[in-house]
Design a protein. Structure first.
Length: 207
């Protein structure tokens, strides 16, 4: 079976851990059962990459210094690497991390056993973990709310003229789901923020 990636409810805890996988239902109506995640091979090379980018060396942004797994999910303690040069995109990634704007984790895995669930998707009951990525925009509603909260509570990032009023209102109720329009606005805001930070730290290569 082909490799699958799933972005789930995630966020950094007070002690520096980040949730990499939970049994929450995602937008494809699938679930990954944490106790069915096989870490054996991943623990031999526990790298953390950016956005499931396997083709560029800079995308290796750190490693998982520690793991914890139970029925509630898979957690890792990321240890980010230092930038290798002034033009290393790691400057942007670290800035996003330190501003609490890069807090969604996504797992890439090889499915081994799965069965249909009551939500119209699949429950992956046994998988082999291949990699863990940090990603800008999560697929899970709870994770999107956490990203919105980070955006609205961080005042020291470079300013971008984007209206976030409609997005911010979704954080007032933990049971409120974002509308497709709000999700699209958040995705656009994160894209603009990434572009702004890229220009700020790296500059325009075409200039």
């Amino acid at each position: 079976m082909p490799k699958i990636t799933k972005t789930v409810d995630s966020g950094q805890t007070n002690d520096g851990w980040i949730i990499a996988s939970t049994p929450a239902v995602d937008r494809q109506h699938d679930r990954v059962m944490p106790l069915g995640i096989d870490l054996t091979n991943y623990q031999k090379n526990p790298i953390v990459i950016f956005g499931h980018n396997y083709s560029e060396p800079w995308a290796v942004i750190g490693r998982a210094a520690d793991f914890a797994i139970d029925m509630g999910g898979l957690r890792i303690k990321p240890e980010l690497r230092e930038a290798a040069s002034d033009s290393d995109p790691m400057h942007v990634i670290r800035a996003l991390w330190e501003q609490n704007l890069l807090r969604a984790a996504s797992i890439g895995f090889q499915p081994l056993e799965a069965k249909p669930n009551e939500h119209g998707g699949l429950d992956y009951t046994k998988v082999e973990l291949l990699e863990i990525s940090l990603v800008p925009v999560p697929a899970n509603q709870e994770a999107i709310r956490m990203a919105v909260k980070a955006l609205t509570e961080t005042p020291t990032i470079p300013q971008i003229e984007t209206n976030t009023d409609d997005i911010a209102t979704a954080t007032t109720d933990e049971d409120t789901e974002l509308t497709p329009e709000q999700q699209a606005a958040l995705a656009q805001l994160l894209r603009e923020l990434t572009a702004e930070l890229t220009e700020y730290f790296i500059g325009d290569d075409n200039a």
